[in-house]
Design a protein around this ligand. Structure first.
Ligand SMILES: Cc1cc2nc3c(=O)[nH]c(=O)nc-3n(C[C@H](O)[C@H](O)[C@H](O)COP(=O)(O)O)c2cc1C
Length: 219
């Protein structure tokens, strides 16, 4: 009789134990797959960033690990952002270019985030818009996928055009504005010019800083 009374209790205990086991296995699986997903997301983000940087400076032009060779600088007056990351491209240990991300132009509907690549000789490797909130059909022509306008900065420098011609045509400069939308391109031209001025002033220190940061050799 006593044995019969214990049976439901024992089977309830076994049921609870099995349930508990499944719960633990389930939690472990979720944990593992979350970790795997987080790694994959981080990897995807790195690849997306590198693709973006390589659109400005092709991978064939440098041989260092661009994503690992950077410096964070703060020059809000010239770069527009509180902090800007400076990726340094080198070939055979010689400086090739730097890529600033972001350079911010503050404009019509908020910040326009730019990536600006500048070669060692002061020529622009290229400029791309990372994000903006300008008006579709007006200010959004700054995006390379909508209009080739932004590609017109390739190879420009503070000598080409001369510094005082770094303006849109309406203001007496050489860069086109868009029909009915002068404000956005004016802001972008000004932001790129300021990034070039920053580069001219700080170029040497940007690369020198990396040498100081290098790990000392063993011993
Ligand atoms: C609703 C609205 C949205 C606008 N968006 C933009 C814009 O994103 N970028 C821009 O440069 N101008 C924009 N404009 C136009 C500007 O207010 C301004 O008129 C223009 O930039 C001046 O250029 P224009 O002298 O060539 O006409 C917008 C105007 C309106 C009414």
């Amino acid at each position: 009789m006593a044995e019969d009374a214990e049976k439901p209790f024992a089977s309830a205990l076994i049921g609870a134990a099995v349930l508990g086991l499944f719960a633990v296995i389930g939690a472990l699986l979720v944990g593992l797959s979350f970790e795997g997903t987080a790694d994959r997301i981080a990897q995807n983000e790195r690849e997306a960033l590198l693709t973006q940087l390589n659109a400005i400076l092709p991978a064939t032009e440098y041989d260092n690990q661009l994503l690992q060779d950077y410096l964070d600088v703060s020059a809000p007056d010239l770069l527009g952002a509180q902090q800007t990351r400076v990726y340094r491209a080198r070939k055979a240990d010689q400086p090739v270019a730097v890529i600033f991300s972001p350079v911010i132009a503050n404009r019509y509907s908020g910040a326009i985030n730019l990536v600006v690549g500048i070669r060692q000789d002061g020529r622009l490797a290229g400029v791309r818009v990372l994000s903006h909130r300008e008006t579709p059909g007006l200010g959004d022509k700054i995006e390379a996928r909508r209009n080739p306008w932004i590609l017109g900065f390739n190879n420009r420098s503070l000598q080409n055009p001369a510094e005082d011609a770094w303006k849109v045509r309406r203001d007496g400069g050489v860069f086109d504005q868009f029909t009915g939308a002068t404000i956005t391109p004016r802001a972008v031209v000004a932001a790129i010019k300021k990034a070039l001025l920053y580069h001219r002033a700080e170029q040497a220190s940007l690369f020198r800083a990396s040498d100081e940061k290098r790990e000392p050799a063993d011993g």
